[in-house]
Design a protein around this ligand. Structure first.
Ligand code: SAM
Length: 327
C-alpha cells in the first residue's frame, strides 16, 4: 500500500496479513523457547521510538554523540567517495544523525532522494514530513516495514548509499546479521556504497552504565514491550510487574536486556492464544546489542559480499563506521 501526503513524499507500507501472522509466530516461538525471548522490533511503537530518542540524549549513552561526531568529521569524504545521490537508511528512526549526511550531499549538489525504512509507521511519517520541509526539492520515499523481509520495497534509484546506524546491526544474532546484510547486498547495484555503524567492544562498566541510566529511561523503554503486547495483542500484563535488567555477556560480546518477573505470574497474550507462566525472578530477554571490533566488522562485510573501502573510528575506540562497496 502506498500513500501520498505531500508531492515530495511517498509512504509505502508493505505489511500484509502474512506479516501479522509472522509476528505472532515470532512471539509464540520466543516465549516458548529457553531462555524466553521477545522480538526487539516490538519495542518500536510511537512511544518506544520517542523513548529511544530520549535514550540517545542521555549522558550515559555515549554511542549516539560519538557516532554523530564521527559522521560530522567524515561526512564530506563519505559522500564524495560514494558519489551517492540517493540515501537509503535501514532502521532510520528519528534520522537525527542522518541530517549530517544529507547536509554533505546537499553541499556536494548530490542530494536527490532519501529512503527512510523503519518498522514504526509514526516515525517514518514524522521524519518524512520534517525532512521535506528542511530540504526543499528532496524526494522522500518512506517504507514502513520489516527490513528482514521487505527490502525489495526500496525503490530503484540513482547511485546509492545504504546506511545502517545506531548499532542496529548489533540487535541481530551474528548469523541473522550476515543473512540480513547478504539480502541488503542483493538489493544493491554493483558500485553502490554501504555505511555500517557498529558499536565497539569496550569495558563492561561503560557498557552496563549506558543501558542502566540513572533517570530510568532505558527501563521504561524495556518495559514498553509489555505495553505493546497489551495494546496490540490483547495482553493484560502490568509492565511494572517486571524489573529492567541489562548486563554484558562477555563471551558473546553483547549487552543483553531482560525483563525479570517481580512475582510469580501468567503473561497472557490472547491474540496468539498464549498464557506463559513466569516464576518469581524468571527473565525474558528483550534485546541483544552485539559489540564488534574492526576485524569482526570486516569479516561480517566480506562474508556478505562487500569490500571494505574505509574504516573510521573515534580516538577512544567506541564507535566504528565501515564504508564498504558492492564490487
Ligand atoms: C537502535 S534504533 C536506531 C535508530 C537510528 N538509526 C539511530 O541511529 O539513532 C533501531 C531502529 O531500527 C528500527 N527497527 C528495529 N527492527 C526493525 C526491523 N526488523 N525492520 C525495520 N526497522 C526496524 C527501530 O524502529 C528503530 O528505529
Amino acid at each position: 500500500m502506498a500513500s501520498q501526503t505531500d508531492p515530495s513524499i511517498t509512504i509505502d507500507i508493505p505489511l500484509t496479513r502474512d506479516d501479522h501472522i509472522l509476528i505472532k509466530h515470532q512471539i509464540t516461538q520466543g516465549l516458548l523457547g529457553n531462555p524466553k525471548t521477545l522480538p526487539s522490533k516490538l519495542f518500536y511503537d510511537e512511544r518506544g521510538s520517542i523513548l529511544f530518542e530520549q535514550i540517545c540524549t542521555l549522558p550515559e549513552y555515549y554511542q549516539t554523540r560519538t557516532e554523530h561526531h564521527l559522521l560530522t568529521k567524515w561526512a564530506d569524504e563519505i559522500i564524495s567517495l560514494s558519489g551517492a545521490e540517493e540515501l537509503v537508511e535501514l532502521g532510520s528512526g528519528a534520522a537525527t544523525k542522518t541530517r549530517v549526511l544529507l547536509d554533505a550531499m546537499a553541499k556536494a549538489d548530490q542530494l536527490r532522494y532519501y529512503v527512510p525504512f523503519d518498522v514504526d509507521e509514526s516515525i517514518v511519517r514524522r521524519v518524512s514530513e520534517e525532512l521535506a520541509w528542511e530540504y526543499p526539492g528532496l524526494q522522500i520515499h518512506g517504507v514502513v516495514g520489516d527490513f528482514l523481509f521487505h527490502l525489495e520495497h526500496i525503490p530503484e534509484g540513482g547511485r546509492r548509499l545504504v546506511v545502517i546506524l545506531g548499532g542496529t546491526i548489533g540487535n541481530l544474532l551474528p548469523v541473522a546479521a550476515r543473512e540480513f546484510l547478504v539480502s541488503v547486498n542483493t538489493e544493491m547495484a554493483s558500485g553502490d556504497f554501504f555505511l555500517l555503524g557498529v558499536q565497539l567492544i569496550t569495558d563492561r562498566s561503560r557498557l552496563e552504565a549506558a543501558y542502566n541510566d540513572k533517570q530510568g529511561i532505558t527501563a521504561k523503554f524495556n518495559k514498553n514491550i509489555i505495553r505493546v503486547l497489551c495494546d496490540n495483542f490483547g495482553s493484560h500484563a502490568d509492565p511494572e510487574a517486571f524489573d529492567h535488567v541489562a548486563r554484558y555477556n562477555e563471551d558473546e560480546h553483547r549487552i543483553e536486556m531482560w525483563l525479570r518477573s517481580r512475582e510469580e505470574q501468567i503473561l497472557d497474550i490472547p491474540a496468539v492464544d498464549l498464557r506463559v507462566h513466569f516464576k518469581q525472578g524468571e527473565e525474558v530477554r528483550t534485546e541483544i546489542s552485539t559489540k564488534y571490533d574492526h576485524p569482526l566488522t570486516e569479516e561480517l562485510l566480506a562474508s556478505s559480499g562487500f569490500e571494505l573501502v574505509k574504516w573510521y573510528c573515534d580516538p577512544n575506540n567506541l564507535i566504528g563506521l565501515a564504508l564498504a562497496q558492492k564490487p
